[in-house]
Structures are given as C-alpha cells and as structure tokens.
Design a protein around this ligand. Structure first.
Ligand code: NAD
Ligand code: LMR
Length: 349
C-alpha cells in the first residue's frame, strides 16, 4: 500500500491580515497586503509546493469581523496545503509557536502624509509586538517586517526582542529589488525579460533615499550574459533608473489612491522563499538586515544589502567594488536611517 509522508505544517503569522476601519470615509478597507498575501502563502508560493502550513492571522479589535470573513474565505478556497487557520485579535494567541512572522500590521502612508506621522504610529506597534514574538513564537522564528517605515520598525522589533537572534529579523526591500529588475528589463531592447536580469542591489532604506544600484547586474541576452552597464546608457542608470525605483511607491499611491499591495505581497513571498529555500547559485537578492559594518555601513541599523541565502541563513555578499558615486548614495541612505532611528526612539520615550 502507498503511504504518503507529509511534512509537518509550518505556522505562519500574518499581522494586519483583515481590515481597518477608515473613519474618514466610513469604509471598511480590507488589509490590502494581508488580503493579497494569504492566498499566495496557502498556494505554496512562499514555502514551496510540498510544505503544508497553518496560518495565524492577527488584526486589531475593530477588524475582528473582517478577519472572520477572511478566515471563512480561506476555508472556502479548499487549499490543499492549508492545514488550519487561527484568526484572532489577541497578539499572544497570534504569536504562539509561529515559525515565520510576516509583519504587515500598521497604517500605510496616504497621499501627502508626512513620513514622521506614520513613523510615530507604527514604531509603537512594533515595540509591543516584539515582546509578544519574543515570548511566544518558536525559538527559530524568522521575522519579515513589511509595514513602513520597514527598516526602522524592524530595528525597534530587534531592540525590544533581544532574545530573538538578530539573523532572524529582516525587513522587506525585495519589492524595490523587483522594481529595479523590471525597469532594466524594460529598458534593454530585444526581448530581455525580467527573469533574464539578476544581481541588482537595493542599498539602505525602503524609502526614497534607497540606492538602486545596477553596477553589478547582468542580463542574459541573445548574445550571452552581459553586464547591464554595457546594455543601458550610463546617464539613465545614474538618473531616471534610480529615481523611478525610489519613487515607485509614491507613484502607485498617487495612481491607486492606496499603496502597493499585490506587488508587495508577492515580494514578501519571494523574500521568505529565498531565505528559507536558498537563493539560486550565482544570484543574490536584496534584504533589509542588521548591519555588521559591511561596506562601511554603521552597525546598529537595519540596512538593505545584497545577500545570498543557504539553509535558512543569509550572508551579505562581500567584496563588491564601490565607486565614489555609489559610496555617496549608500552613505546618504544610511544617514536617513540614523535620523529615523533617533525619531523612533524619541517617539517611544
Ligand atoms: P492596510 O491599511 O490596508 O492594512 C493594514 C492592516 O494592519 C489593517 O488591517 C489594520 O487594521 C492592521 N493593523 C493596524 N494596527 C495593527 C496592529 N497593532 N496589529 C495588527 N494589525 C494592525 O495597509 P496595507 O496597504 O496592507 O499596508 C500595510 C503596511 O505595509 C503599511 O505600513 C505600508 O506602508 C507597508 N508597505 C510596505 C511595503 C514594502 O515594500 N516594505 C510595500 C507596500 C506597503
Ligand atoms: C511601496 O514601496 O510601495 C510602499 O512602501 C508605499 C510607500 O509608502 O512608499
């Protein structure tokens, strides 16, 4: 007889999974990224097609009913890999024994909103949830902070959860990385597809000071693998390429009247998948991680670096040549992170 051996389910927490009561417009919004990401996870896009999971969904009290609805829809979807749904507005219950935590909960930036308004509201959430994760998540829990200001929220989470290994706390810059790949693919003529482009780098903050760097990127063309620098004009790579990627989040907010959601959800799946299952040979990705001083970036910051991943461990790619132009941009985004860190600490005092 045939006995199917299934892997043990992995417990995946998604915060901000339901909906927020928008008192100005009297509308209940579904937590946009949360709503987009849960079916992606349940279909195996985050952990692989043979990895069952139990989803833990957390949102605030006012969103409890919407959370019920999302949970009903997940059940109705009859996803073969989905072995259970825990939906709750209790942070302790939500964090219990989770192996992966996707932290999306918070308020998004709206058109015209000051960054510091968002910052002060969101960092206090990350301080509170740090303790819950530290006390109740599985010891090996991998954390991805998506909610903005993503780097600084992740830093606060790290500081208020000192027993979580620093290797296990990251923030999302993969969306910026994917945006950079696709801008390049569109720029190179002759059918270069986004999957033919690799090894761009997002340095620094997930904000408009980030430095999208194509100096080390390659593209597979009909005449072989070429440095991207040889395929695009250098003026474009120092100007429009950078500003388009830096401003893409704002462009989407302007167009959709809401911040990016499906692309952010997809990037979060990419981030965890590569972290857990490994990056393909010869390929790196961008992840916001705790700086160890690599490339002269001060430690004590969550900064986006090029990383490779193997067996669930990320390592910063070393030894890349940094020219003067890049150096200035890498330092400018580090400076913004130092300032954000100070603002965050002053909000929490
Ligand atoms: P949204 O407002 O649609 O959803 C946020 C959800 O978080 C809501 O359901 C809300 O009720 C919930 N929430 C608020 N406080 C919470 C708490 N204390 N605990 C649990 N849940 C809580 O927002 P969205 O569009 O899904 O965006 C979510 C976050 O992700 C925002 O901060 C946004 O700026 C950020 N974002 C980051 C990236 C990135 O690449 N890093 C990309 C896009 C958006
Ligand atoms: C994005 O990059 O799309 C989001 O972080 C939205 C924002 O506030 O820029």
């Amino acid at each position: 007889s045939f006995v199917k051996i299934e892997k043990e389910p992995v417990k995946v927490l998604v915060t901000g999974a339901a909906g927020m009561l928008n008192l100005i417009f009297h509308l209940v919004f579904l937590g946009q990224i949360g709503y987009a990401i849960v079916p992606m996870i349940a279909r195996g896009l985050m952990l692989g097609p043979d990895q069952p999971m139990i989803l833990h969904l957390l949102d605030i009290e006012q969103a409890g009913e919407a959370l019920d609805g999302v949970s009903m829809e997940l059940i109705d979807s009859a996803f073969p890999l989905l072995k259970g749904v825990v939906h709750t507005t209790d942070v302790v219950e939500a964090c219990k024994d989770v192996n992966i935590a996707i932290m999306v909960g918070g308020i998004p930036r709206k058109e015209g909103m000051e960054r510091n308004t968002m910052l002060s509201k969101n960092v206090s959430i990350y301080k509170a949830q740090a303790s819950a994760l530290e006390q109740h998540a599985a010891a090996d829990c991998k954390v991805l902070v998506v909610a903005n200001p993503a780097n600084t929220n992740a830093l606060i989470l790290k500081e208020f959860a000192p027993s979580i290994p620093v290797q296990n706390i990251t923030c999302l810059t993969r969306l910026d990385h994917n945006r950079a790949l696709s801008q390049i693919a569109e720029k190179i003529p002759n059918n270069v597809h986004v999957s033919d482009v690799k090894n761009v780098i997002i340095w620094g903050n997930h904000s408009s000071t980030q430095y999208p760097d194509l100096n080390h990127a390659t593209a597979t063309t009909i005449s072989g693998v070429k440095p991207v620098r040889e395929l695009v004009d250098s003026h474009w790579s120092k100007t429009e390429f950078i500003t388009t990627v830096q401003q893409r989040g704002a462009a989407i907010i302007k167009a959709r009247k809401a911040s990016s959601a499906l692309s952010a959800a997809s990037a979060a799946c990419d981030h965890i998948r590569d972290w857990v299952l490994g990056t393909p040979k010869g390929t790196w990705v961008s992840m916001g991680v705790y700086s160890d001083g690599s490339y002269g970036i001060p430690s004590g910051l969550m900064y986006s670096f090029p990383v490779t991943c193997e067996k669930g461990i990320w390592s910063i790619v070393q030894g890349l040549k940094i020219d003067e132009f890049s150096r200035a941009k890498m330092d400018a985004t580090a400076k913004e992170l130092i300032e954000e860190k100070a603002v965050a600490h002053s909000c929490l005092d």
